[in-house]
Design a protein around this ligand. Sequence first.
Ligand code: SF4
Length: 272
Amino acid sequence: MITTPVLSEERSPPVVRDYLSYSAINTYRSCPLRYYFRYIEQLPEKTVSAALVFGSAIHTALEYWFRERLMGNPEPDLDLLLAAYQEEWKQRDQDNIRFGKSDSLDSLGQLAERVLRTFLESDIARPEGTVLGVEEELRQSLIEDCPEILARLDLIVETDDAVVVTDFKTSRSKWSSMQAEQSAEQLLLYGELVKDLVPGKPLQLEFAVVTKTKQPTIERYPVATDQQKVARTRVMLAQVWSGMRSGLFYPVPSPMNCAGCPFQEPCRKWSG
Ligand code: SF4
C-alpha cells in the first residue's frame, strides 16, 4: 500500500493504492513531485495536451479493430475506425485540451485518417495466429513488499511458435534503436506478468510504433527478453518503490519535464 503524509492539514487524506502502473513508475522517475500530485494527492489536471488525447484516440480505434477480430466479426472499415477515434475526443472536456501551435481538431482528424489508413494497410493489422487478448488487464506482485504491478496489454497473439505481446505507440518520428532499447523496461515488466500465460511457449515482446508524420509509417521494434535486463528492471522497480514508500517526493524542474506539466502552480507553492 502506498501511503504518504499530507502536505498540510487542510488537504484530504492521502490516497491509498495497492498497485503500481508503469505510467506511475515512469512519472516518479521523471519527477517524484509530479507523481505525488497526480497519484497520491490526485490533484485535478486542468489541461491535457492534444497529443495525449490523439494518442489515446488512436489507441481506442486500434482496440476496436482488434476486439472485432477477437470476436470473429467482419473487419471494420476506415470510417468505423475514425468513428471510434472521434468517440474518444467526445469523452473529453474540449475546453481543457491544449493544442500545439500548428494543431487543431481538424488537422489532427486528418492526421488520424492517414495514421489509421497506414495501419489498415500494414501486416500489423492482421497478425498471424490467434488473438488471445486485447487491452488485457493483468496484475501481479513482482517484488516482495511492493504493490502489484498493473498492466494493460494492448494485444496478445498466440502463433505456432510463440506468444507475442504488442504495445502500440504513437510518435512524432520513427524510433531509433536506442529509443526502443530505452523504452524496453515497460515491456520487460509486462513480460514478467505474461510469461506463464501459455506454458511451454516462448514470449516475444514488441512495440509497434506509428508515426504522426505527413506520410505515417508503422514499424515493429522487438524487445529481447534478456535475463540481465529483466533483473535490472526489477532492481529499478525496487528502488522506485523504496523512494515512494519513504515519501521521497521532490521536484525535478527542466524545460522538458515542466513545459506540459499540469501541476506548475502547486509545484511553485510546494515547500516540502
Ligand atoms: S512543474 Fe516541473 S518540477 Fe514541478 S511537478 Fe511539474 S514536472 Fe515536476
